[in-house]
Design a protein around this ligand. Structure first.
Ligand SMILES: [Zn+2]
Length: 430
């Protein structure tokens, strides 16, 4: 035989085994690679963040625990919930895509359909909700600008981010004053005006070694960096706008101290525009109501509050004078001294009851009216226990309140005549 050139059979066997093992390993590696590749969902949104429709093949279909189906596709434009951002939504073969999740680079679409509606191997057409997606792209890129500026200018790091469907929060590691926040917002909007190009691409381990970038965790290779020149370089998996001008506007609407740093709530793009329109409408309405120009609203409101405060003091003083006059007009030979009066300060009311208690032995009470909530009452019963009167008011008129033997206070929703009748009866019964 051609290979029998003097070598022993054993050597040939070993050689054949070596060849066999070599090819088996090659085949095994290819199978593993092929399987691994097949399992991972191709993220079309990585390179095509502006595409709105796509075609994919169903890899698997299963029933979701709370209704609907879980669909895995070979490729998708739907961005899953990841990195603090809510998922895309839209349609898959006409069915609503309610939520999209990712686990080990496999993307699962939660679809509002029956198990028999879509099948493994089917080619399906997906349409993402572009309005929702673009809003997320505007707000997410806005977050990069704010975080990049916080990092470079204020040495304050992003330690948390949440992009919901209506609000965006950014947690930063340092506290910033009001003026700093105003400057941050102004600088962020300048970056918008510059209309800088935003690039997103994967970096190899070698390329990454020479890059400085923000990242919440240590990364080694296949890192996707989002770069806004001279503003920010950050590892991120989400879709972003191509140019900062598309963000339109960035508005910080709230800043609170949070875990040693700050939580900033901000809006970008159309969300910021809608918010500012709402605020403007409110200002216009208040301006119209007060017949004041928007520019002088602050002074006008301050003046109105001061005038209101002065009026309240006048009303309180008038009510006090009226109550004192009512007490002065009470005949000296009565047993029960019950007064119904206008709303009055609680301390004034209490002092009045104390004064009555010194002069009369029966039920001494002041009922201060409140048209909406009924009468606020304070009463004493010098010759008995005030709690007994309070108990009877509870039983007869569903009054509320309580206190000590000397004095009780509460509230009762009833007519003056009914209260007087109940008190007269109570005095007779006790
Ligand atoms: Zn990002």
């Amino acid at each position: 035989m051609w290979y029998n050139n003097g070598t022993s059979d054993g050597a040939i066997d070993n050689w054949l085994k070596y060849i066999e093992n070599y090819f088996r390993e090659i085949i095994t590696i290819r199978v593993i690679k092929s399987n691994t590749k097949k399992m991972l969902t191709v993220k079309l949104y990585d390179d095509k963040p502006y595409e709105k429709e796509f075609t994919g093949r169903i890899v698997s279909v299963s029933e979701a625990a709370d209704g609907g189906c879980l669909i895995e596709l070979d490729q998708t434009l739907f961005f899953p919930e990841e990195g603090g951002q809510t998922s895309d939504r839209g349609k898959l073969s006409g069915f609503d895509v309610i939520h999209v999740s990712i686990n080990d680079d496999i993307i699962i679409h939660e679809v509002d359909c029956g198990i028999a509606d879509l099948h493994e191997g089917d080619e399906v057409r997906g349409i993402i909700d572009w309005h929702h997606r673009f809003s997320n792209m505007q707000n997410h890129t806005g977050e990069h600008i704010l975080s990049g500026l916080l990092h470079s200018r204020w040495h304050s790091e992003n330690v948390g981010f949440h992009l919901s469907d209506n609000i965006v929060t950014l947690d930063t590691s340092k506290e910033l004053g009001r003026e700093d926040l105003k400057e941050l917002e102004k600088e962020a909007n300048k970056v918008v005006y510059l209309n800088l190009t935003v690039t997103c691409r994967y970096y190899s381990e070698e390329e990454l070694a020479g890059e400085e970038y923000r990242s919440k965790k240590a990364l080694e290779s296949d890192v996707r960096l989002v770069t806004i020149p001279d503003v920010d370089v950050c590892a991120c998996c989400a879709p972003h706008v191509a140019r900062t001008g598309e963000i339109g506007i960035i508005k910080i609407i709230k800043a609170i101290r949070y875990k040693g740093g700050m939580r900033l709530t901000f809006l970008a793009g159309e969300r910021a525009y809608d918010y500012l329109c709402g605020v403007h409408d409110t200002i216009e309405e208040i301006s119209h109501t007060l017949s004041e120009s928007p520019d002088s609203l602050n002074e006008a409101v301050t003046r109105i509050l001061r005038e209101n405060n002065e009026l309240e003091i006048k009303i309180k003083n008038a009510a006090k004078a009226r109550l004192e006059a009512d007490i002065g007009e009470l005949p000296p030979d009565i047993t029960d001294a019950v007064i119904f009066t206008d709303p009055v300060d609680n301390i004034v009311q209490r002092n009045a009851v104390n004064e009555l208690s010194g002069r009369y032995t029966g039920i001494c009470a002041v009922f201060a009216s409140d048209e909406k909530d009924g009468y606020n009452y304070i009463l004493s019963y010098p010759s008995g226990d005030a709690r007994d009167i309070s108990k009877l008011l509870r039983e007869k008129l569903d009054a509320r309140g309580g206190g000590s033997k000397e004095m009780v206070q509460g509230n009762v929703k009833a007519m003056e005549a009914d209260i007087r009748e109940a008190l007269t009866k109570a005095h007779k019964d006790l």
